[in-house]
Ligand binder design. Sequence first.
Ligand code: ZN
Length: 683
Amino acid sequence: MASTLTSSDNFKETLKQQADIVRIVGDYVKLKKAGAQNFSGLCPFHAEKTPSFSVHATRQFYHCFGCGESGDVFAFIQKVENITFPEAVRLLAQKLGVPMPKVSFSSPAEARDAQVRMALLDVHVRAAAFFQECLRRPEGAKAREYLKGRGLDDETIARFRIGYAPDSGFLLRDALRREFDEELLRESGLFSWKEGDRSQVSGDRFQEKQVLRSAQDDSRQPSALSSQQRKIPHSARDDKKGGGSARDDNSVEGAKSQEPKAAPAIYSKFRNRVMFPICNEQGKVIAFTGRTLSAFTDEKAGPKYLNSPETAIYSKSRVLFNLDNAKEAIRKYEYSILVEGQMDCISVYAAGFHNVIASSGTAFTELQAKLLGRFSKKVVVNFDPDTAGARATERTLGLLVEEEFNIQVLTLETGFDPDLFIRRKGKDAYVAALKHSQKYFDYLIDRARAMFPGRNSESKVKAVNHLLPHIQRVPNRIVRDGLALEISQKLGIDSAVLRQELKYAATNRSATQVKASAEAQVTGAERVLIRALASATQMQAGGERSSAREGTDEEFDPARQAQYALQSEQLYEGLASQSLMEALLEAGTETADVLALPKTEEDRRLLASVLMNEEEDLTPETVEGAVRALRRIYLRRRLEEVQGALQRPGLPLEERQALLQEKVRLKRALMDPGLAEAAGRAS
Ligand SMILES: [Zn+2]
């Protein structure tokens, strides 16, 4: 076990060395060169308009000056993809085309979760292939007809991996049961069963088996696993290879498994439906939407559209339909087109607008907005906010406003959704419509005027009140101010009182506070010394520096100079950066990964922010200057203490004398900081 851990640690290190964080981050964030070794872009972890997110090319870490997020390439992938560390390692290996060794997880629970997710991805690959195959078969005729009717050609059908779920409860199940354990299929969201005697046992049992299996097959890509391995045989209950704690739990469950009738039969949830796979950002199928082909009068047919339930791999609040296909185009054209339904999305895409994504009819979540914002903060919204889903679409738009998107609204003629519009009027008409899309607030103002027509002040007040909640969503005060002005002009508000009220309401949104962190209290001198201390590790990693040092004994070593000054005089005591400096001093030159040294998250952020700004070279003068500045800080603080002590009533004469002497020494030293070293620590 120990050897596995070591080799996998090595693997992570090797992987990290091979990865260029600038390129990896560049997959998610548009980066621009911002300095000798920095790149910057809009932070994927918080909403912003001006870039405060930086990537350090030499030291291979990122840091956001806005929200304080920082870390190495694994931390970035983990955070941005919302996955576990082992999954981040796997994904990075995939991106670099490096084969994976055995993965070790930090806990059995983590291993089990990742295992379940990988197995479920496999189930979906097979299910999608099954549905595609069914679409080609004779029973798929009606589905093919439907798709043809919607104007979809074979290429589009293939690209979106559209399929057909036959009108049978058992075909899919029987096809998948050859490869997958039934317990896994129950977790997939593709099947139903009659509730009642269905106990909770199955879920637990499934997860236990995952633990038992994890040691054997986690080294492979899910798709590379043979069907033998994917299949979890029923004999796994008395698995002889297992052992360990998971096996003990199994005995409880083993007793229950004696009753084979306990588990009711599973059957397909999706029957007689055109199947649209929903993919994650990497293009892996994680869920389906099924559009019924049954007559609407058929009560058994269920809803027109049926979606997969939430599973271990599918959380609808985190997925944007077609993002996997659209993300490159969104970056390239620097905007996205947001439509409501999947069919709309596919039609718009097929017409050549590859930067289109769909919200799938429900309101956007914050996560989805952030996800989209990673690719571009400009979006053309092509759904009619006045339609049946008005509340959901209004929430979506509100959220996009809150995330500081630049929103345009594309309103098509009444009765036209994007799909129908393109089919009837063609692609060029859609291009023209895109060009005539309107700024979101102009659109809102127009709508308010239409809702409350009339030039009297009563309707103007109503229009203003209608608009206010929208304006108050805008996070930026200056933008809100501007909007208030625009509204009073466009609505022709001449009443000074009403204008004032509008401005007040628009401006006084509960302000998002910028909290002053410890980072803000760290002086420039401390930053220089932190850099100097951190340079010890950089030289070690670089290697070239030591050879330069061989030539001359007097080679400037900022780390040594800083270490000496700080340690001999304890100059870091009481500073905002004290704990960070202590951590760096403690480590000396032992560690290669300097960002792993700080003991708290706050210190790590501070270090990242300092290192991100190391533009000019350290010289003996800058280090010495910083040391002197810290001495001055120390002297001033000590002087304050002495003066405070002198105020104390009933101070013994002797002590008073000593304090007075120190006060003189301190004052003299403060006038000549070069001498301060001796004076400061004399007492
Ligand atoms: Zn940020």
